[in-house]
Ligand binder design. Sequence first.
Ligand SMILES: NC(=O)c1ccc[n+]([C@@H]2O[C@H](COP(=O)([O-])OP(=O)(O)OC[C@H]3O[C@@H](n4cnc5c(N)ncnc54)[C@H](OP(=O)(O)O)[C@@H]3O)[C@@H](O)[C@H]2O)c1
Length: 283
Amino acid sequence: MTSFTLSQPPSESIAFIGGGNMASAIIGGLVRQGMAPELIQVVEPHAEQGARLLGQWPIRVWPHAQASLASAKLAVWAVKPQAFAQAAQEAGAHLHEALHLSVAAGIRSDNIAQWLGSQRIVRAMPNTPALIGQGMSALYARPAVTPAERERVQAVMDTTGESLWLSDESQLDAVTALSGSGPAYVFYFLEAMTQAGLDMGLPEAQALRLAKATFSGASALAQNSSESPQVLRERVTSKGGTTYAALTAMEGAELKRHFVAAIRAAQARATELGLEFGTPPGA
Ligand SMILES: NC(=O)c1ccc[n+]([C@@H]2O[C@H](COP(=O)([O-])OP(=O)(O)OC[C@H]3O[C@@H](n4cnc5c(N)ncnc54)[C@H](OP(=O)(O)O)[C@@H]3O)[C@@H](O)[C@H]2O)c1
């Protein structure tokens, strides 16, 4: 696993196929980093979403794939997994020269290579904190992708936060389950902590503020410490104390085992998505 730091914003033309949440997060990162918006074009069939993109940046937005896509040196595939095969059929023909970057959960690079007739494919699994430049992405490149091409992709993803490289494509399903879906688990815990605050008589706004600040503070502490989360936890858990009471209740309910099982369910779903939508309809 390697990571590079970005010094220059990308100066090559980039086409996004699909202009929803994830495309917006990446475009926002690129423009923030100083990339010229006119180098960015997006195929986005949903008119309202297209207008939203144009309201934010002076980029080019097309309702359908068209010939101007051919100028793109990098194609970012940011459609839902179930829409990928169809989108590839429509836009692929215009993108023969491009390096391809897919952010779609589950869809295997073997399928993408087959649909696009290219081996120059990188898959990325980002997460939604990318929207504020604090994303975490994992990347996998097919063997035909050169080190210089990896750096080009990394330069794009680095505008949304941190990234790391995987050597085995199947690990992307684990990443999807862990960090791709992970922000939702954090929001779930925030909900639970806020609920507990309410139940104990705190006003909701204060309970939420306490829960959010606890998550961000503890995460920052873990980031800045060389100690493991276990050691950090043990340091704040004196036997017979309040934290001890809560953790004993969690252990009694086998919360950790259930939580791990839940993440494994997400991994299994990522694998299923690849199988379900990996073959074009009718094939
Ligand atoms: N959001 C996340 O947290 C996250 C995290 C990691 C990875 N991802 C991956 O990122 C991908 C995009 O997710 P998202 O949340 O950005 O989805 P999204 O907001 O639904 O965006 C996808 C966009 O693509 C458009 N689209 C559909 N068919 C198309 C076609 N043939 N050509 C061009 N555009 C087309 C959709 O339009 P319509 O609405 O009209 O169909 C939609 O606006 C997914 O594959 C997901 O697995 C997302």
